[in-house]
Design a protein around this ligand. Structure first.
Ligand code: ATP
Length: 199
């Protein structure tokens, strides 16, 4: 599995639709300060479901939409699409190529798509669990991340190894199953109360 392409439109400094092809091997992005290099990495994290505006250097999520520049009006929505090669079937979807898209309007309305089909944020997050590519995953090492990892609590550090070992998915499912069990127990108690009242 590798990232093939990133399409950015209206996101931060990318007012126009920009397509970045990433062939296998090493790709380096170079450019003067403030030219938008970090915005590319942020577009990648954003399309994978990043929910923290602060970690994208903004105050509100709408701050990621192109805010206008000299002689150019602000834009109403932004969209980022990430295309991955899935020839090795590492992502559990029956497609050789998978495109994840996220769109956000200034009104706050947002949308996720997997291969053009509307989906939930949860579907995007679940798809990348244990692949090393989620928004928090170890395949994206941002500035200061190494220091942060080293100074983290051991339990937090363990998360990185759990992701690499492929058990995060099972832990998430266990959490969901336990929650359902709790809800069911509460429902059972309510039913017992009703039966008690009726008899
Ligand atoms: P450096 O080398 O200094 O780290 P960089 O190439 O990584 O710089 P970025 O930090 O990616 O640059 O881009 C910063 C630029 O993006 C700034 O010029 C800023 O004005 C612009 N920018 C950020 N958010 C928006 C937005 N919502 N609308 C328009 N421009 C934006």
């Amino acid at each position: 599995m590798h990232i093939k392409r990133l399409e950015i439109s209206g996101f931060k400094s990318f007012a126009d639709r920009t397509e970045i092809e990433l062939p296998p091997g090493i790709t380096a992005v170079v450019g003067p300060n403030g030219s938008g290099k970090s915005n590319i990495a942020e577009a990648l994290r954003w399309v994978l479901g990043e929910q923290s505006a602060r970690s994208l250097r903004g105050a509100r999520m709408e701050d990621v939409i192109f805010a206008g520049s000299d002689g150019r009006k602000p834009i109403n929505y932004c969209e980022v699409s990430l295309t991955l090669d899935n020839e090795d079937g590492r992502l559990p979807l029956d497609y050789r190529e998978i495109t994840v898209t996220r769109r956000l309007y200034r009104s706050g309305e947002s949308e996720y798509r997997l291969n053009r089909q509307t989906c939930r944020l949860k579907d995007v997050i679940d798809l990348f669990l244990d692949t090393g590519l989620g928004k928090e995953a170890y395949s994206m090492i941002g500035q200061g991340r190494i220091d942060e990892v080293l100074s983290n609590r051991p339990e937090d550090r363990r998360g990185i190894f759990e992701d690499a070992a492929g058990i995060v998915k099972f832990k998430a499912r266990k959490r969901e199953a336990l929650k359902k069990l709790e809800d069911t127990k509460a429902n059972m108690m309510r039913v017992e109360d009703v039966i008690h009242e009726l008899t």
